[in-house]
Design a protein around this ligand. Structure first.
Ligand code: ZN
Length: 391
């Protein structure tokens, strides 16, 4: 087994197979482009890379229902499903199409997350850092009995359950995806060992996660308006994520770092640069000794690959160069995207890792959201610690 004396990257070659269908937002290369870019930068030694294997059927049953897994396997085998199964499990439409790895691919990302959970749970809890990065993970919408929002399985719920089964208590889950982390929040709605914070676009699918939704007490939802900017995310990490993390003193931090809140992403109206997400990941990762970081959404192949490569650099403390070396630029120039924005991409999508830094003011509505999210927060989590939030 790999050791965690340095951050560990878990990947798999299965993600090179394009299989969601040309029109699906997930038809773009994400994990392969990230791995190729990280390798081109010389940032992935052999001992930092671990090839995952699929989760077993029994392991997946820890969260998902047997009849749903049967339907996924039947769909993968037959490339078709009867109408009643499509309806029951939300399969076979544009959102969650039937495709030739519809069971194996999510089972592989679930296997990566279970391996990560096993490794992190076994890491000594005595102040040494242990970090695992699984950019294929992060399927935060998956439900026990149905697919949702391109997520067939919920690899985060499986990993967190595995951590709890290993005796890890007090897990802090922070979700930076543009969409509400509804599947994870609901999975642990009645479990005060897991505290969830989701920062997502207000009024966007799945339309849950309002600012007053606390899921029984151990969740917070920061639903942000359009044009959400870097300084606003910095402030939310300052005033919401960091104070909660400091009060919880979690055994483990799980970070979902979807890349769809970036300004260049087609599926949200949020306007972050990757610099803000890297700062947020770095500061959140510092809240515990043991850290699991995943991907999530992200539908522009250039912005996803650059963002997730920078996440790896952040976790390792690598310096991000102002201009990419030729080998890394070649990886980015090899990507294609069928959307209009892919026909004539701006030069910095090829030549840089970091987006141009833009400084915006923090809008009044963000302060109001922070006040609402933090209001009446007398006690949180299993430690009953006070959160002190000063304006
Ligand atoms: Zn998303």
């Amino acid at each position: 087994m790999p050791d965690l004396s340095r951050p560990l990257f878990i990947g798999n070659e299965i993600y090179r197979r394009a299989n969601f269908g040309a029109k699906h937002p997930l038809s773009v290369p994400r994990v392969p482009a990230t791995i190729d870019l990280i390798r081109a930068l010389g940032w992935l030694s052999d001992d930092a890379y671990f090839e995952s294997f699929p989760a077993s059927h029994d392991d997946i049953l820890r969260f998902h229902h047997a009849d749903y897994l049967d339907a996924l396997r039947q769909g993968e085998r037959d490339q078709a499903l009867p109408e009643d199964l499509r309806q029951r499990h939300n399969l076979g439409k544009m959102e969650n199409p039937i495709h030739d790895t519809m069971y194996t691919r999510p089972a592989t990302s679930a296997g990566a997350m279970l391996a990560a959970a096993d490794l992190l749970a076994a890491a000594p809890p005595n102040g040494t850092r242990a970090i695992v990065y699984s950019p294929a993970g992060g399927t935060h919408h998956g439900r026990p009995d149905r697919a949702s929002g391109f997520c067939y399985l919920n690899d985060l719920a499986l990993a967190i359950l595995r951590l709890l089964d290993h005796g890890v208590r007090n897990i802090f889950y922070v979700d930076f995806d543009a969409h509400h982390g509804d599947g994870v929040q609901d999975a642990f709605h009645d479990d005060d060992r897991v505290f969830t914070v989701s920062i997502h676009e207000d009024g966007r699918w799945p339309f849950t996660g309002a600012v007053d939704d606390r899921a029984g007490g151990h969740a917070r939802n920061v639903a942000v308006p359009r044009h959400f900017n870097d300084q606003e995310l910095d402030m939310i990490v300052d005033r919401v994520v960091a104070p909660i993390g400091q009060a919880l003193r979690p055994d483990m931090v799980v970070i979902q770092c979807g890349a769809d809140a970036l300004a260049d992403d087609p599926l949200s109206r949020l306007e972050l640069t990757n610099n803000a997400l890297w700062r947020a990941v770095g500061r959140t990762a510092a809240l515990a000794d043991r850290v699991l970081v995943t991907g999530g959404g992200g539908y522009n192949p250039w912005s996803v690959a650059r963002c997730w490569t920078g996440v790896w650099a952040t976790l390792n403390g690598f310096d991000i160069p102002d201009r990419l070396p030729d080998s890394a630029e070649a990886v980015l120039r090899s990507l294609t995207w069928s959307r209009a924005a892919g026909r004539n991409p701006p030069d910095h999508w090829f030549t840089t890792l970091a987006d141009p830094d833009i400084v915006h003011p923090v809008r009044d509505e963000i302060w109001q959201i922070i006040d609402t999210v933090c209001a009446d927060t007398g006690a949180i989590g299993p430690l009953n610690s006070d959160i002190v939030v000063a304006r």
